[in-house]
Design a protein around this ligand. Structure first.
Ligand code: 5AD
Ligand code: SF4
Length: 450
């Protein structure tokens, strides 16, 4: 009897990659593969890669270099890369990593089992990194690993039609393509049948969802449809582009209790001059106006963001405008990054790239301020009662479960395993670094249904 082949998959980057990695594992499982928990015991080592910043790309190459050394112990071992670096590098990756066997682009994931077969049959590396725009296959679902989960990502669109001047995503994920509403709903219904309670709708820019369907459902309409799926308890979504947010979305969030009160709304900079040079297509004033819509219509909504510091030509005054915007909005949390020049992006042609120390210094300042604000917001939750949906065992302590508040803060609670997948009212007792602790005070809807 031959033992089953095992894949070790490492995922870098954003939720889109996390979702793609599920597809990869689901597909390989369908083809008889098992999963290895460390690279040393695998027959295939695969990295699902990120290229949004240079550091992520460098990490990919250094890890691949390390993994290929394992071939001296196991000559049958295959090493491959999928995702954004694979898409961007294509066959060039073979020159960069000696002994690389597979290069699988962002539109080619469904070809992976065939690529592995071809590699073994021919003995030659196999590269597929072309935009196929083959929606039947790209959005084909629901191939997922058999593991039971409470929350799931569901793709609503891929790619991006914006051209933010710093961003490599349009080059690695292609132009925007929406998935048909009926296919999204079918996947959500299937997930609910398998026990999923919460879905996060995923797109590079969910707010322009459906623009290719003439007169069809926009994102607000889609959210309404998903929220109406029976048995589904919570809906989240990411990412939102401020220029594409419609009033309709605000109205759905206000009216529909299943849509959780959280929006990730990347601002990138508080300076109009920088926003223009980034080609973000909104002004500081417009961003604040959109924030105002949400705050007014959805009390207590959590607003999170992304910020880039040290964009080419960013002056002290520009950066101060970002600081003042952070102070004004008081984000619940934010991700901030020092600008990283990316190959082929229009920002490379802008003059005055700043010395990296400037971006790094500004990054520290923004992070310190953001951490203070986030901490104050967490502290303000202590003593409150929150409906917490439990996702599974806590990684921090035995006999505890981890769940999330509607605003998406992780809470650790002493609770028995059977409460996984249910919602309970939790009194928040303590603030930790980025999470909360609490204790169950009452049953939620999930308990009553049981
Ligand atoms: N340099 C730094 N940060 C970047 N991001 C995207 N491209 C770059 C870049 N070249 C950040 C943006 C985006 C997040 C996912 O990554 O803030 O919202
Ligand atoms: Fe990149 Fe801008 Fe598209 Fe976001 S909206 S993926 S930052 S090009």
């Amino acid at each position: 009897m031959t033992r089953p082949q095992k894949v070790y998959l490492e995922t870098h980057g954003c939720q889109m990659n996390v979702r793609d990695s599920e597809t990869i594992l689901g597909l390989l499982e369908q083809h008889g593969w098992g999963f290895a928990s460390e690279p040393e015991t695998a027959d295939l080592i695969l990295i699902n890669t990120c290229s949004v910043r240079d550091r992520a790309e460098q990490k990919t190459y250094s890890e691949l270099g390390k993994y290929r050394l394992l071939k001296s112990r196991n000559p049958e071992l295959l090493v491959g890369m999928a995702g954004c670096v694979a898409q961007q590098a294509g066959a060039e990756a073979l020159a960069r990593v000696k002994g690389l066997d597979l290069v699988c682009g962002t539109h080619n994931i469904h070809e992976l089992p065939g690529m592995i077969g071809e590699r073994r049959a021919t003995g030659h590396p196999v590269v597929r990194a072309n935009f196929t725009y083959d929606d039947e296959r790209i959005f084909q679902s629901p191939v997922r690993p058999s593991e039971r989960k409470v929350t799931a990502f569901v793709n609503v669109s891929i790619g991006c039609d914006h051209q933010c001047t710093y961003c490599i995503v349009p080059a690695t994920r292609g132009s925007e393509m929406s998935r048909r509403p009926e296919d999204i709903l079918a996947e959500v219904r299937g997930l609910v049948e398998q026990g999923v309670r919460e879905v996060t709708l995923l797109g590079q820019n969910v707010n322009s969802y459906g623009k290719q369907f003439a007169g069809g459902t926009g994102f607000g309409g889609l959210l309404r449809l998903v929220a109406a799926v029976e048995g589904l308890e919570r809906v989240r979504f990411t990412t939102s582009h401020p220029a594409d947010v419609q009033r309709d979305l605000v109205e759905v969030m206000a009216a529909e209790p299943k849509v959780m009160p959280h929006i990730h709304l990347p601002v990138q900079s508080g300076s109009d001059r920088v926003l223009r040079r980034m080609k973000r297509e909104y002004s500081r004033e417009r961003y604040l106006e959109v924030v105002g819509w949400f705050r007014e219509a959805v009390p207590g909504i959590a607003i999170t963001t992304d910020i880039i510091t040290g964009f080419p030509g960013e002056t002290d005054a520009d950066f101060e405008a970002t600081i003042s915007l952070v102070e004004e909005v008081r984000f619940d949390s934010l991700f901030s990054f020092a600008y990283s020049p990316r190959p082929g992006t229009p920002a490379l042609k802008l003059d005055r790239e700043l010395p990296p120390e400037v971006g790094a210094e500004r990054l520290q300042r923004v992070q310190k301020l953001a951490a203070e604000i986030a901490d104050e917001k967490l502290a303000a939750m202590v003593g409150s009662g929150q409906p917490v949906l439990f996702e599974g065992p806590s990684r921090q302590a035995e006999n505890e479960l981890m769940g999330r508040t509607p605003s998406n803060i992780a809470v650790n609670v002493p609770a028995p395993l059977w409460r996984t997948g249910r919602t309970s009212t939790v009194r928040i007792t303590q603030k930790m670094a980025h999470t909360l602790r609490g204790e169950i005070t009452g049953a939620g809807e999930g308990d009553q249904a049981a």
